[in-house]
Design a protein around this ligand. Structure first.
Ligand code: UT7
Length: 334
């Protein structure tokens, strides 16, 4: 029997309009454009403004664009998985809300939380549904309104994060294109370095948790940095080795955008020419589940059928992983 693989057959990304640049951050906390650029590579990030707006609005914009671009009716979608750490609310799932906002009615949907590796975890999950043969059109959305959980009085984290999202359409492929190999990992002992302390069942919101600023991201940057450099590079190299890929065989590394130094270290370990690395952290910062789909969205016009891509991420949890994709289509002529 011919093996079914899950191929990405469309991609669309979306960022809100408002730009928070380093100059504005210099007025908010004790930092400098030079420090931020040299330590992280970030110049600006986009922020979702407006009452009542959440990650589902970002996800819905990405999905709307995806359906239009791929000429797909919302009625034909079987399943939608949304990777997010900033759901609109704890329940219902933001994926349900996205479906409602874009008119997807014949599908089921759920949220998946694997911090910055969420988009990869959701892609692997979705791939299994497609490979089963039962699901023909599956959407994976990665979207985060990180500004909702960012403490703009904490210079160690507020310079890092931005809001964005993207969505891919997955369809069965029997010609050797699509997700050819996946490897994801978790290590819960890393939870002490990167977390949002309050708001869950251990520490429901109280006046005290709010006064202690526990509803914001807490990160021990240096510790996460060390694990991230090793974790992301190790898994990307593992993916190359077990698929017999040399650096010449790879068209692009599509890395999670947390810190330019982590991306550079991963690319060096893979022996990749810097031109083969998708980098847009300078314009968006770390958008958590939005980073990898935003890269694919911006590089889509350069990707050719048969290109080998390695997607790689590292995030809170700890979570990390890599996916080997053989790109399934040439740039669409407009
Ligand atoms: O996506 C999820 C996974 N997350 C990551 O992968 C993030 C990993 N970590 C990082 O990217 C980096 O650790 C950071 C960008 C967060 C921080 O960079 P760093 O080079 O590790 O800096 P550091 O934490 O060692 O801080 C160095 C100095 C400290 O001052 P002292 O103690 O040397 O006097 C900090 O207080 O820089 C200071 N500092 C700042 N100075 C100016 C920290 N933040 C700032 C700031 N502006 N915004």
């Amino acid at each position: 029997m011919t093996q079914i693989k899950a191929a990405i057959t469309g991609i669309h990304g979306w960022v809100p309009e408002y730009i928070l640049d380093n100059a504005e951050l210099e007025k908010m906390v004790d930092t400098t454009d030079e420090w931020i650029l040299t330590r992280t590579g970030i110049s600006e990030r986009h922020i979702l403004k407006g009452e009542g707006k959440g990650s589902s609005d970002i996800g819905a914009e990405a999905v709307k664009g995806l359906l239009e671009k791929t000429n797909t009716s919302p009625d034909d979608i079987d399943l939608l998985i949304m990777a997010t750490v900033t759901p609109d609310m704890l329940f219902p799932a933001s994926s349900n809300i996205v479906c409602d906002k874009v008119g997807i009615k014949n599908a089921w949907s759920f949220d998946l939380n694997a911090a910055c590796s969420g988009f990869l975890f959701a892609l692997e999950t979705a791939a299994k549904f497609v490979e089963s043969g039962q699901y023909k059109k599956v959407i994976v959305v990665g979207a985060d309104k990180m500004s909702a959980i960012t403490d703009y009085t904490d210079r160690t984290t507020c310079i890092l994060f931005g809001d964005a999202g993207g969505a891919v359409l997955l369809e069965p492929n029997t010609e050797g294109y699509g997700m050819l190999d996946t490897q994801n990992y978790t290590d819960g002992s890393g939870r002490i370095y990167l977390y949002q302390e309050a708001g869950g069942s251990v520490k429901p919101p109280t006046h005290e948790t709010i006064d202690a600023r526990e509803h914001y991201i807490h990160q021990e940057g240096q510790s996460v940095f060390k694990f991230a450099v090793k974790g992301m590079a190790d898994v990307a190299v593992e993916m190359m080795e077990r698929n017999n890929l040399t650096s010449d065989d790879i068209a692009y590394l599509v890395p999670h955008q947390a810190n330019l130094r982590i991306i550079d270290a991963t690319a060096r370990r893979m022996g990749l020419d810097p031109k083969k690395v998708m980098i847009n952290i300078q314009r968006y910062g770390n958008t958590t589940n939005g980073t990898i789909p935003m890269c694919l969205h911006e590089w889509e016009h350069k990707l050719k059928k048969g290109d080998n891509l390695i997607l790689a991420a590292f995030g809170g949890g700890f979570t990390w992983g890599a996916i080997y994709v053989k790109w399934a289509y040439d740039p669409v002529k407009t």
